[in-house]
Design a protein around this ligand. Structure first.
Ligand code: NCD
Length: 311
């Protein structure tokens, strides 16, 4: 039992549910698992993870499922709630209480903000938020912080540029809140006017006294960034197709624009990518978004093992 990871039995709904020390302990464990996966291949034997996704997903659901399988546990999945009793009108509270009879841990993704919190209120077993509307996506933050720590060697004294849909991008919201707590951070918020960071989050930045600059042109931010965090325009949160199409191609990271970036900067993206990063960028060593995917699986292995109290 590791005294430093006191996460047993806890839900993970918001990025700020974990202290910086708890994140560090998870990253240390994730590194250990990554270095020596055989040593952890059976720690979750006999345990069951349920994934309940009310929104499309490739990475988050499969990452959790791969993580559980690699820890020797098993999975139950409701990939399409329309084929479950949800289609008969069952409430989320009842669905959760039912799944809790079969599993040891639930990961939920839902289009409504606050749905994961509601699920955790009704669940007798821990709940992990796999994304709730435009609000939070804390395990993407776990992945992102682990990626930054891995490539930059630190989570402080960094210039971080967020580019794209800062209004609806839940990965941006969770990551910004988490990064606010580290010293010496500077943020560059690159978006068109319509997709600016929500005012409440700008207020949080101001309240923490963290320097940030809002700009519309990515060229203004690139030379200052140690981390460039690109995002997809969140089509599913738009009410109007015309606006989506107008904003979709607002930013495209091309090899030419990459010249403006420091030689030791990294380019991240929670994925899926649509048009915002040209495929030609993928070969650049600074483009780490696929390594980010793999680090996310190790980070989730550390999270599952800790929440289930098996390490
Ligand atoms: C993100 C999400 O679902 O919010 N994807 C992910 O989980 N990696 C980002 C996105 O969909 O754009």
């Amino acid at each position: 039992m590791r005294a430093e990871v006191a996460l047993k039995g806890r839900s993970f709904i918001n990025a700020l549910d974990l202290s910086p020390e708890e994140y560090e302990a998870l990253f240390d464990l994730a590194e250990e698992i990554r270095a020596q996966p055989e040593a952890f291949a059976e720690v979750c034997k006999g345990k069951v993870l349920a994934t309940l996704f009310y929104e499309p997903s490739t990475r988050t659901r499969l990452s959790f499922e791969a993580a559980m399988l690699r820890l020797g546990g098993q999975i139950l999945t409701v990939a399409d709630p329309q084929t479950s009793s949800v289609a008969k009108g069952e409430s989320l509270a009842d669905t959760i209480r039912t799944i809790a009879c079969y599993a040891d841990l639930i990961v939920i993704r839902h289009p409504k903000e606050g749905a994961a919190h509601l699920a955790a209120m009704y669940s007798p077993i821990p709940v992990i938020n796999g994304g709730d509307g435009a609000r939070e996506h804390p395990t993407q933050t776990l992945t992102d912080l682990f990626t930054i720590r891995t490539f930059k060697g630190r989570l402080s004294q960094l210039g971080v540029a967020f580019c794209g849909d800062l209004r609806y991008g839940r990965t941006v919201h969770s990551l910004l809140r988490a990064l606010l707590r580290y010293p010496g951070m500077r943020f560059f918020l690159v978006s068109p006017e319509e997709l600016r960071l929500p005012e409440s989050l700008r207020d949080e930045l101001q309240a923490h006294g963290v320097p940030f600059l809002e700009v519309e042109q990515m060229e203004e931010a690139l030379p200052h960034a140690d981390v460039l965090y690109m995002t997809r325009v969140q089509k599913e949160r738009f009410f109007n197709e015309e606006d989506y199409l107008r904003l979709r191609d607002f930013y495209i990271l091309t090899p030419e624009r990459l010249h403006l970036l420091k030689s030791d900067a990294i380019v991240m993206h929670p994925l899926p990518r649509v048009t915002e990063i040209a495929y030609a960028v993928d070969a650049d060593p600074r483009a780490v978004y696929f390594q980010q995917v793999q680090l996310g699986m190790y980070a989730r292995m550390a999270l599952i093992a800790s929440v289930l109290g098996v390490v």
